[in-house]
Ligand binder design. Structure first.
Ligand code: SF4
Length: 312
């Protein structure tokens, strides 16, 4: 049975700004199932459930069930040879399954790499016979990006397994920590709760502000990475804004920003913009909206959060 992505039309950036022409989800879709006019929608007849649209949407307008991913992380953490498979293959050899491997975006793969101690194997041995088999190539490219980031290395980290010969799967794995297995389970679950606390949205609780789950995931992973990986993730997946002289500090971009990364504040009686990289999804809505074309959004490059001039 095809599982459709969950659509939140009110989170689509096009619904915030009519002239914003983001089509990331439609470009990612291989079956022409996504419509963005007059508002985002999925054609259930055409959708094959590959979830590439969800992985492509940086605004969180098309999402996975977040509890599912937390559960998945918790369930894999204590295994020595953890395997993820696809729900579309009922008898696939895997400890945990997702709707389609295509849902494992860069952010999800980074989280699997950083938060699961042993190499996670993606069981793609059945993908060849599936109508969504094209996702295997997409995942290869995502893993290649991880390798370039230095987050995954040769034979280490998240591994794509296309053949049963190379898949290492033990239905019930009892590591030397078996004795503490149940305690470990509880610990891993509570850790996931720590990573994704229920009240995490408080920092962006202003009206219409919403931090996409994939961004929360990166923010949870970032402090857990060792120095060089931390720097690379920060440089490649976080953003900074640059204001030109034409900025007249009207601060209307702060109202437009969907995540709360931009804020209006008063200093010495003057309106000023405050920016927090950790909340910025890099959507560029502020830049598209700015009436005097004063905002440029760029990847942070090599700067760390402490060096951000406007970071809180
Ligand atoms: S600061 Fe700009 S680029 Fe970043 S999330 Fe807000 S609107 Fe998007």
């Amino acid at each position: 049975m095809t599982c459709f992505p969950t659509i939140h039309p009110n989170k689509c950036l096009r619904s915030r700004l009519n002239s914003f022409d983001c089509t990331d989800c439609r470009q990612a879709c291989r079956s022409g199932a996504i419509e963005v006019e007059p508002s985002i929608a999925v054609d259930p007849e055409a959708c094959t459930g590959c979830m590439l649209c969800a992985a492509a949407c940086s605004a969180g307008a098309i999402e996975e069930e977040r509890e599912d991913f937390c559960e998945l992380l918790a369930g894999l953490k204590d295994l020595e040879h953890p395997v993820i498979g696809c729900k579309g293959c009922p008898d696939v050899r895997a400890h945990k399954t997702v709707e389609c491997l295509g849902c494992l975006s860069d952010e999800y793969l980074i989280a699997l790499e950083a938060l699961v101690p042993h190499s996670v194997q993606l069981n793609a041995t059945r993908c060849g016979g599936c109508r969504n088999g094209f996702v295997v190539e997409v995942i290869e490219k995502r893993l290649e990006r991880l390798r370039r980031l230095g987050i995954s290395g040769d034979g280490q980290g998240v591994l794509l397994k296309r053949s049963e010969d190379v898949l290492v799967y033990h239905e019930k794995e009892w590591s030397r920590r078996t004795f503490l297995f149940s305690i470990g389970q509880r610990t891993s679950r509570s850790r996931v709760k720590v990573i994704f606390p229920r009240d995490e949205d408080k920092s962006t609780a202003r009206v219409n502000k919403f931090l996409p789950f994939q961004r929360k995931l990166l923010n949870a992973v970032l402090p857990q990475l060792p120095g060089e990986q931390y720097e690379r993730l920060w440089a490649e997946h976080y953003y900074d804004i640059f204001l030109s002289d034409s900025c007249d500090s009207c601060c209307r971009c702060a109202a437009m920003c969907p995540t709360g990364a931009l804020n209006r504040k008063r200093e010495n009686g003057r309106k000023q913009l405050e920016f927090r990289s950790l909340l910025c999804s890099g959507c560029s809505l502020c830049s598209s909206f700015c009436p005097v074309d004063a905002i440029e959004v760029r990847k942070t490059g090599s700067k760390s959060p402490e060096q951000q001039p406007c970071s809180a």
